[in-house]
Design a protein around this ligand. Structure first.
Ligand code: UDP
Length: 237
């Protein structure tokens, strides 16, 4: 499979067309951004880690009945994926309070919820990805009622499976963001990535942050945290 033209360059990935209409190649970068692109930097080795991690987790989720865009890993940074049109919603699942949830509701980080929560943001950089509910998503025609139901079902299923897996690795899955896409026949599949860029992952024993919050909050040890979370994954996959 060969790249043809570059279709898009995002904050963390480039996307290329291939000779097959239905397939794309994504190439993961070491570039990191936070706060809607206001903070920029590099996390050395991140591209390769996110590529591998996302692919392994998506393959695991496929086996558990969640369809994904994953097709084939080409090399340490590049993966063939199915072409989708992205549903412009960021789907966030939370098990424990952190980040914008803690800020918005004025609660400390680390409160363990009785049940996971789901929320949607409208994927729109100019507006700063505003929080919306499913009625707003329907009003804005971002998805159909059936698609929203499917997305919710898959998102909670992903949470159950990832939570189980990370627990075995001695890691607590605090929260994460998913994106879904439509194949040409309209089928909803999990797309984008699942990585320390898009998940909060805390060491279960020490509470140490093993994710992008180390970059967002200038905590140092960013590369080491990404390497450590990858090591835990590879030991248990
Ligand atoms: N997240 C993401 N991309 C975004 C916003 C959030 O991947 O544009 C992830 C983030 O890494 C975290 C979860 O979604 O695991 C919840 O993030 P939150 O809403 O708390 O926002 P943040 O504090 O990251 O701004």
């Amino acid at each position: 499979m060969e790249k043809t033209v570059q279709l898009y360059e995002g904050k963390a990935k480039k996307v290329f067309a291939t000779e097959n209409e239905e397939l794309l190649i994504v190439s993961y970068k070491d570039d990191a951004t936070a706060f809607n692109g206001l903070k920029k930097g590099t996390i050395v080795g991140k591209g390769a880690i996110n590529n591998r991690m996302s692919n392994l987790l998506m393959q695991m989720l496929e086996k558990k009945g969640v369809p994904t865009h994953f097709v084939e890993e080409l090399n340490d940074r590049e993966t063939v994926v199915k072409r989708v049109s992205i549903v412009p919603l960021e789907v966030i699942i939370r098990n424990i309070s952190a980040g914008s949830f803690a800020k918005r509701y004025g609660v400390p980080e680390g409160i363990v919820f009785d049940a996971p929560t789901i929320e949607f943001s409208y994927k729109n950089d100019d507006l700063g990805d505003p929080l919306i509910n499913s009625y707003h998503a329907l009003a804005l025609k971002l998805a159909t009622p059936e698609e929203i139901e499917t997305i919710k079902t898959y998102a909670f299923k992903v949470n159950e499976e990832l939570r189980k897996f990370w627990t075995e690795c001695g890691v607590t899955l605090v929260d994460f963001k998913l994106e879904f896409g439509r194949l040409s026949d309209g089928t909803i599949v999990l797309a984008d990535e699942i990585s320390p860029d898009t998940c909060r992952l805390w060491d279960s024993a020490t509470g140490e942050k093993l994710d992008k919050d180390r970059f967002r909050r200038d905590m140092g040890g960013v590369e080491d945290a990404y390497a450590e979370i990858m090591r835990r994954l590879l030991e248990n996959v």
